[in-house]
Design a protein around this ligand. Structure first.
Ligand code: HEC
Length: 152
């Protein structure tokens, strides 16, 4: 049903090419991301629970820009709204680089799909984290990540 995120990005790029066609562009985007409970609920996550859920991630990722340890994954500092594969000097997989070239940005919907099943969303990604099946937990995590760089 839900192809890889690269296809979603191609659709989004097609939308960019026709900015005046707002209604069909919106319809195409809705079609592309799917009106799924997970994507819709991504907006009302609880960041406090998300901070705990981040225990699933912190072996490989930090959201602290001052983190000095060399972790396996790229920094997730301010990741929400950031283009994919954009941390300078990080050795991303060809798969994620390729998807990024087609315009993937880590908005809530894209994060929701990547976390739900990294391999399905970006076939060939190097992130070997298990799928996060719980939509509420993904929403909580995204709420937590959204705060990165935006609190005192
Ligand atoms: C076993 C290590 C590991 C774990 C655990 C892990 N990741 Fe990753 N993550 C990676 C690696 C490696 C990449 C780079 C993927 C690539 O290049 O294809 C990555 C990439 C990402 C990206 C894309 C970043 C960018 O700059 O484009 C996001 C977002 C992300 N991970 C979020 C998470 C979250 C949230 C969790 C916790 C649920 C998590 N990861 C758990 C290793 C991990």
């Amino acid at each position: 049903m839900r192809g890889p995120l690269s296809r979603q990005s191609e659709l989004m790029r097609a939308n960019v090419a026709q900015p005046r066609c707002a209604i069909s562009a919106a319809a195409a985007t809705l079609f592309a991301i799917g009106l799924e409970a997970g994507a819709a609920r991504a907006l009302d996550g609880d960041w406090v629970r998300g901070e705990r859920a981040f225990q699933r991630c912190f072996a490989c990722h930090s959201i602290n820009p001052a983190e000095s340890a060399r972790l396996e994954g790229p920094t997730l500092f301010k990741v929400v709204g950031r283009p994919a594969a954009a941390v300078p000097g990080y050795d991303y997989s060809p798969a994620l680089r390729e998807t990024a070239r087609s315009g993937l940005v880590w908005d809530a919907a894209a994060l929701d799909r990547y976390l739900a099943d990294p391999e399905e969303a970006v076939p060939g990604t190097r992130m070997s984290a298990p799928p996060l099946r719980d939509a509420q937990e993904r929403a909580d995590l995204i709420a937590y990540l959204s705060r990165s760089g935006r609190w005192p």
